[in-house]
Design a protein around this ligand. Structure first.
Ligand SMILES: NC(=O)c1ccc[n+]([C@@H]2O[C@H](COP(=O)([O-])OP(=O)(O)OC[C@H]3O[C@@H](n4cnc5c(N)ncnc54)[C@H](O)[C@@H]3O)[C@@H](O)[C@H]2O)c1
Length: 261
């Protein structure tokens, strides 16, 4: 099995849900650079989709852009229908769409809990099972979810977000077991705080730089994670080299979860 050959990805076609986001865009770019046959970007951010699709034009991948509102089941169903209208052989799914709402458990609004669960958990369940059914019909595939390292800790101010991401960890294990016999491997990566617009939840706050500095100091590698550190793991999990990795919850945190403060 040649996972590092020039044509290791030319039989792969990847769907990236959340493809307009910072981590999604980097994953798309790296898939494109290794010759992935087709790439579909799904997101609700139209201008973000246009921007990422333009970046991919420099490489050979064929790119499909599909707008979807993950809060709406009908929109998810329509997006999957559009995805399969002219092409059936999507054999990689990456789910990286997500939202963040901060607040202590005492203060968080019930609506914010619902929004987190709708996008970060329910939408991942709904979209994955629709696409898994199609993967079963073509003989298998790879599913990689983007979870969060917040699931390893008690997370003051992010408890509801972490709870929504724990749902992904559990779904990953059940999907891996239920769909394994159909040659579908399902894994989740759990990045620590990453340098993306997600960090803007503290932008505008004069503590922003201090917050970043404090985070950096807590990292064993003394720097923050970047999307370019995450994408290669996703590519490995999408490659034929990871056939026996199934149902894994993989931290991408430079060892931060092991540091006692
Ligand atoms: N940045 C971090 O610090 C960090 C750390 C760990 C995990 N994560 C996870 O990584 C993933 C990607 O985050 P990112 O940093 O690239 O953030 P991002 O905001 O750049 O990307 C998230 C994407 O999700 C899309 N999205 C949100 N709601 C949607 C909806 N209703 N319908 C369709 N699309 C929707 C957004 O439009 C955006 O493009 C998220 O799941 C996040 O929870 C991020």
């Amino acid at each position: 099995m040649e996972i590092f050959s020039n044509n290791a990805f030319n039989h792969k076609s990847a769907i990236i849900i959340g493809g307009a986001g910072d981590i999604g865009a980097e994953i798309a770019i790296q898939f494109s650079k290794v010759g992935t046959h087709k790439i579909a970007l799904l997101d609700k951010d139209t201008s973000g989709l246009n921007k990422v699709a333009r970046q991919l034009k420099n490489t050979t991948s064929q790119v499909l852009q599909i707008e979807v509102d993950l809060a709406d089941e009908n929109s998810i169903q329509q997006a999957v229908k559009n995805l399969y209208a002219d092409f059936k052989d999507w054999n990689v799914l990456v789910t990286t769409a997500g939202v963040f709402k901060g607040g202590t458990l005492i203060d968080l609004k019930a609506d914010d809990w619902d929004k987190l669960m709708a996008i970060n958990a329910r939408a991942i369940f709904l979209s994955s099972r629709l696409i898994a059914e199609k993967m079963i019909a073509i003989g298998g595939g790879k599913i990689i979810h983007v979870g969060s390292s917040s699931t390893y800790y008690g997370t003051p101010g992010s408890g509801a977000y972490a709870a929504s991401k724990v749902v992904i960890n559990q779904l990953t294990q059940t999907m891996a077991v239920e769909w394994g016999s159909h040659n579908i491997q399902v894994n989740t990566i759990c990045p620590t705080v990453t340098e993306t617009k997600f960090l803007e939840f503290v932008t505008g706050d004069i503590l922003h730089e201090q917050f970043r500095e404090r985070l950096k100091q807590r990292m064993p590698l003394k720097r923050l994670l970047k999307p370019s550190d995450i994408a290669p793991t996703v590519l490995f999990l999408a490659s034929d080299g990871s056939q026996f990795i199934n149902g894994a919850i993989i931290p991408i945190d430079g060892g931060a979860r092991l540091v006692s403060t």
